[in-house]
Every structure is written in structure tokens, then in C-alpha cells.
Ligand binder design. Sequence first.
Ligand SMILES: [Zn+2]
Ligand SMILES: [Zn+2]
Length: 242
Amino acid sequence: MRLFSRCKKVLFQAGHLVRVFLFQPVCPVCNRQLVHFRETLLCRRCLAELVASADPACPRCACPVSRHGGLCVQCMHAPPPFLETRCVAAYEGIFREVILRYKYGGVAGLARPLSRCLPPPDFQNLGAESQILVTVPDDPGRKRTFSPVKEIARRYARLHHIPFRPKALVKIRSTAPQAGLSLSARKRNLAGAFYCRSRYVKNRDVVLMDDVFTTGSTLKACARELARAGARVRVIALARTP
Ligand SMILES: [Zn+2]
Ligand SMILES: [Zn+2]
């Protein structure tokens, strides 16, 4: 058995050398050549960046706070329509670069490492039976077929054995891009844009997933609609803007 696994390893490394020689693969994020046999898509340096930050964050909205477990001022005064938020790290540096390459650079293979770096859905006070995964829906006017968040959600659902319900929450009208709008304009822009089918979510714990938590306007609009339909909502995102 040990001989078999050694042979397998040697063959794998030989295959890797052939691949390096023939195709000269590079890391899609930093363009360094992938020479180590463990580097299948990202280089080791970029892969090492995909780890959860240990910095203190508000448990409700994941924005940076001064001590672990403390709520931020915003959540103390106006709590968001979700109970908790977990993000991997701040949207900066190599981590931001990896997300951008994945979303806009055509490197769909990054869905796997990105789905694996997300925190598990082990929130407190959950009815484990009733938990489902939902993503922030795509705009109905969007042309491209690749949905970055859904690709990650599918893998995440398989990894953590949580049912993924992509049809539970839908966007029923196209909205203008949120970038550049003020907070109140963002809220107006999204009013009534989402619709949730309550048979999927009523009395369930819903994990709402998005790629980047920016101002939270979209996540709040989605969570409000999910809560209206009877769900208890928690948020998981890859990154939070610092
Ligand atoms: Zn790299
Ligand atoms: Zn907060």
C-alpha cells in the first residue's frame, strides 16, 4: 500500500514537471510561474492569503471593531436585518486581487479555493435541519451566464452539506449599478427589487451569500425580503471593504 502511494506521488510529480515544461503555467493573480507540484492553480503565496483574518470584527456586520465580540456603533443604533455576518478577510491586497481575477478575469477555477476558504455555516442557535443556502441574485438584465457567487455557493453547499436554493430569492427588476450612489439612493434603487418565495424559507435559518460586503445595501435589501418571508438570516461573504 505504501509502495502504491509512493508510486502515485512520483507519477503525479512527474506529470507536474511535464505540465510545467509544456505549458509553463503561471499564477493568475501574480503571474509567477507555478513550479511546485502543490501549486495547481494559485501560487503558494497567493493561496496563503486565502485565510480568515483574526482581526476583531462586529459579529453582526463584520466591520472592524476594537475588541472581539463587540458590536459596532452602527449595529448598536440600527441593527441590520441579519443576525450575523462572517467574512474571510478585508477586501484588499492579494485577496482582493484573487476575487477580481475570479469575477472578471475569466479564471473560473478559482471558485474551488475561494469556496473552501469561506467560514463554515456553524452559527449559534441554529435549527440544523432547517438551514438553507441562498445567494444574492443576479440582475435580470445581466447578459453573462457565469454567476461568480452561485458557482462558489454550489461548491460550498456540497462541502458543508447544506441545501442550496438558488430559486428562493430572485431579483424581479433590473436596477442601476450601486457604485457611486449615496446610501439613501442605494436603498431607493433597490426598493422592491427582490422577491422571496416563502415556501422555501419560512421558519428556516437562511445563510445569505455574497462575494463582497461593501456598504451592505444589497445584502440588507435581500435580508429584509427573506425576513418578510419568514426566514432568520445570516450572511457569509468572501470579503468586507475595510
Ligand atoms: Zn500568485
Ligand atoms: Zn456591526
